[in-house]
Each structure stands twice: as C-alpha cells, then as structure tokens.
Write a protein that binds this ligand. Structure first.
Ligand code: OGA
Ligand code: NI
Length: 320
C-alpha cells in the first residue's frame, strides 16, 4: 500500500513553468529507479480519451466478448483447478501505425472509432517523440539522438495493442498477462481508470500501477536500457486478473525501425559496455520466442552472435 503512494505521477504541463527543473528531475528519477511513470496534463485531449474508451468498450462487447468466451471454453480455461502458465487471460487486437497503417484492414471498426484511433495514435506518436527528447536532455545526449537511432532507414515502428482483461472466476490460477519486460523503446499506456491489475516489479516486490483518470502510463523497453548503457532500465511488469470488472488497456509501442542499429550511446560508456550492439529486427526475432523470460539472457545471446539458440523459444506471439 505504502509503495503505491510513491509511484511517480508527473504533471507534464509543469515543464512550461517555474517547476521545469524539478519535473525533469522527477522524470530522470522515474527512468532510473522505476522504469515507469504516469503522466497528467500530457496534452492529449481528455475528451478524445473518453471517446476512445467508450468505443473500445463497445467494440469489445459487440465483437470480441463472445469470441473470448468461446476461446475460454475450448481451452478449458473457464474451470481452472491448477495454475496455467502458458496462456494469458486477455482479448486483444493490434493496430499498426508506422511504417504502414493497418487501420483500414481491421474488421468491425466503425468509421468514428477508426478516425479517433488515428487521431489518438498520431498524438501518442508526437508525445513519444517529445518524451524521447526529454530523455536525451536528462541523459546529456544531443536533442534528436534517440529519435535518430530509432529511425533506421525506414522510420520508427509504432503500433497499438488494444486489450480487454475480462473478469476471471479464478484469478489465482491465471495472469491477465504474464510477467515480461517490453522489447522496444517507449510504451504509452491508456489504462482503465477503475479496474486495476497492472503491476511492476520494484526491489523484489510487485507494486500496483494505480488507475488514474486521463493519465498516460509510460514505461521503458529493453532498447532504451541498451542505448542508455543500463542507466535507465526496462522493468518487469504483469497484469493480474480480477474477479470483478473488465479492464481496458490501450498500449502503444514506439519502437525502432526494423533495420535500426542499436548500441549503447558512446557518451554513456566508460570503458567497455556490458550491453550488446545489434540490428533491432534481430532482437525482435529472438524476443518473440522468449518474451516471458528474463531479459539478461537475451542481452547475452545478442552479444555472442546474431540470433543464437542459447535461450529456449517457448511460443511465438505477436509483439511490438
Ligand atoms: C504489454 C503490457 C500492460 C497492460 O502489452 O506489453 O504490458 O496493462 N500491457 O495491458
Ligand atoms: Ni508490457
């Protein structure tokens, strides 16, 4: 309980006033010690967020819920007596924005929903790029450094995972989403403001990421840990299932382009870096099979070769 109180909540509008330095320091501290923070007054209109939330919940009820229930039945997940560790209790679909959009290929989205998602995606992309520059400033890297690294030759990859975590009769038997670190760059999450469930691992304890109306939760992926030479960390997180309530979560992933070359920034390396250098796509090929395993063996594997067989792929999942 006590720990939730300290979870970093940052008012981004304070960057424009007298409290700029303190706010920058809060962001730096969150990046170093939490890997997560929650933003208010981030510039994304709250009425757009309300519309997205309403339409996402309607879309789930109309087009996803029945399918999810059938999946539960067919996999025997509706009556669990032992813990399940190879599947997640979530209903999802994926929107790709960059380098190419798939927004018009997704079935069952109303024009209004598509338009709102396009607008929301663009605003999140801008926010991600603004944040990357704030990180550069805190890290003493030149403005635009991170954006440039992420660009590769084709521009960054940007996508949104739209999820619902429906109520679960046996929360102790299955996770909404198993513990993992995110592979990519910066993740921007619009989560349900009532139903909780997201937790991060801090100093050995699972800590709730508190639901907060109209906030955007930010977390850092493995690539930022590598580029910052470990100054910033990608942190393990998971989603717990709940007996009551359907948790909405819209997670957007601002990632390097497939051919972006990732390596620790020279100015952040003293002697020799512990971190590998690689092409982002090679990292993703490895990650998709070992998402739910610790990141350290991934970094080791990338160091030793291109993709090696050091780590055991368990399953291939769609990941950003
Ligand atoms: C993810 C993730 C959290 C959430 O998709 O990688 O961590 O709350 N999602 O949905
Ligand atoms: Ni994640």
């Amino acid at each position: 309980m006590e720990k939730n109180i300290k979870f970093p909540v940052i008012d981004l509008s304070k960057l424009n006033g007298e409290e700029r330095d303190q706010t920058m320091a809060l962001i730096d501290d969150a990046c170093q010690n939490w890997g997560f923070f929650e933003l208010l007054n981030h510039g994304i209109p709250y009425d757009l967020m309300d519309n997205i939330e309403r339409m996402t919940k309607e879309h789930y009820k109309k087009f996803m819920e029945q399918k999810f229930k059938e999946m539960l039945r067919s996999k025997g997940l509706d009556t669990l007596e032992t813990e399940v560790e190879d599947i997640d209790w979530e209903s999802t679909f994926f929107l790709h924005h960059l380098p190419q959009t798939n927004l018009y290929d997704i079935p069952n989205m109303s024009d209004e929903y598509r338009t709102a998602m396009k607008d929301f995606g663009k605003r999140l992309e801008n926010l991600a790029e603004e944040l990357l520059d704030l990180l550069c400033e805190n890290l003493g890297l030149e403005k635009g450094y991170l954006k440039k690294v992420f660009r590769g030759t084709k521009g960054p990859t940007f996508g949104t995972k739209v999820s619902n975590y429906p109520p679960c009769p046996n929360p102790e038997m299955i996770k909404g989403l198993r513990a993992h670190t995110d592979a990519g760059g910066l993740i921007l999450l619009f989560q349900d403001d009532k139903v909780s469930g997201l937790q991060l691992l801090k100093d050995g304890d699972w800590v709730d990421v508190p639901p907060l109306k109209h906030s955007i939760v930010i977390n850092l992926g493995d690539q930022l840990e590598v580029i910052t030479n470990g100054k910033y960390k990608s942190v393990m997180h998971r989603v717990m299932t709940q007996k009551e309530g359907n948790r909405m979560s819209i997670a957007s992933f601002y990632n390097p382009g497939s051919d972006a070359e990732i390596s620790p920034a020279q100015s952040l390396v003293d002697k020799e870096s512990e971190y590998p250098s690689f092409v982002f796509d090679d990292y993703m090929k490895l990650y998709s099979g070992v998402k739910f395993q610790p990141k350290e063996p991934r970094f080791e594997a990338m160091k030793n070769a291109a993709v090696t067989t050091d780590v055991n792929p368990v399953a291939t999942v769609e990941t950003f």
